[in-house]
Each structure stands twice: as C-alpha cells, then as structure tokens.
Design a protein around this ligand. Structure first.
Ligand code: IMP
Ligand code: MG
Length: 179
C-alpha cells in the first residue's frame, strides 16, 4: 500500500477550508448553526473547518457505512450511529469528506429532511468529477478531483491512512505488486 502522489497538500486544504469557513460564517451569521459530521471520513474536515468558523456552532455526528472493505461503493447505506439531538427547526449543515457516487448523501439528506430542519445544506471537501450521481446541491464545495481513489485527511483504504495530513492517490494494487 503506497502513495503514488500528493493530490492536495496540507496548505491547500487549509486555505480552502478557510474560504469555506468564511462563507459559512457569513451565511449563518444570524442563525443557530448545527454542523453534522458524517463519520468516520469527515472527522478531520469537521475539526479543521470548524476552526475557520467564527460564529457559534454546535456539533453532532452520524456514522454511516456505504463501503465494505473495498474501493467500490456498495450502494447500501446503513446508519451505524444516529444524531444525538433532534433537528426540527434547526439550521443544519452536513459536512462530508467526499462526494463520490452520492448514494450516502442522497440517502442522508432524505433521511434528515423528514425531521423538518429549518434548513439543510451540504458542505463537501472533495467532489469527484465524471461520476454519475443523483442531483445534489453542494452549497460549500472544496476541490473537484478526478475520479480516482484517494486517501488521507480522513479518507481510508481498508481503515488505514486516515491520518495522512494531505490527500494522496494510491498506487493501484496490481501496480504495487509489480513494483
Ligand atoms: P458515496 O459513493 O458518495 O456514497 O461515498 C461514500 C463514502 O465513501 C464517502 O463518504 C467516503 O467516506 C467513501 N469514499 C468515496 N470515495 C472515496 C475515495 O476515493 N477514497 C476513500 N473513501 C472514499
Ligand atoms: Mg467514509
């Protein structure tokens, strides 16, 4: 398991999160914002993005599973941990690491919408281009990336590499074996 190259550096991530944080602080200036992080992948984005938000915010987390131990989306979304608090009447911003097939978020958004939040919006650090997905409005987006499997900064390969401070592209298994 090797990193082929750095796709987005620590500095680039931080600059982007600062931009997103400023926009969020401005848009929710007079509101009570609840940030909902999608575990596990979004834990780093959540922590670092929140430090760039300068209005009062509350935090909650959901844990969902859409990937087995593999690189492909199974299309099956399971809620492993639901929100601690009710969100009816709250301004909710879902914070995600990456938008790939969009299946997870599509499911989550429908699931949370039923609970009647005052507003429900989406922030995602990474958006994979050239992927067919349901129509999702990402209000705060970080980087568009090619449809490659990336790791680091919260994103895992078989539960590892989440701790890399940057986003990297992995060498494909067959290439790694040849190396
Ligand atoms: P979805 O395909 O948009 O439903 O993505 C669901 C989840 O799969 C994301 O929240 C990530 O945790 C994970 N995921 C998607 N693409 C990648 C990737 O390139 N590397 C690591 N995890 C990924
Ligand atoms: Mg994930």
């Amino acid at each position: 398991m090797k990193i082929d190259r750095v796709l987005i550096s620590e500095e680039e991530i931080d600059e982007k999160l600062a931009e997103m944080g400023r926009a969020i602080s401005r848009d929710y200036a007079d509101k009570n914002l609840l940030l909902v992080g999608v575990l596990k992948g979004a834990f780093m984005v959540m922590a670092d993005l929140a430090r760039h938000i300068d209005i009062p915010v509350e935090f909650d987390f959901m844990a969902v599973s859409s990937y087995g131990g593999t690189k492909k989306s199974s299309g099956v979304v399971r809620i492993l941990k639901d929100l601690d608090e009710e969100i009816s009447g709250r301004h909710v911003l879902i914070v995600e690491d990456i938008l790939d097939t969009g299946l997870t978020l599509h499911y989550l958004i429908r699931n949370l919408q039923v609970r009647q939040p005052a507003s429900l919006a989406l922030a995602a650090l990474l958006i994979k281009d050239d992927v067919e997905r349901p129509d999702l409005d990402v209000k705060y987006e970080g980087f568009h990336i090619p449809p490659e499997f990336v790791v680091g900064y919260g994103l895992d390969y078989e539960e590892k590499l989440r701790n890399l401070p940057y986003i990297g592209v992995m060498v494909a298994d067959d290439e790694a074996e040849d190396a």
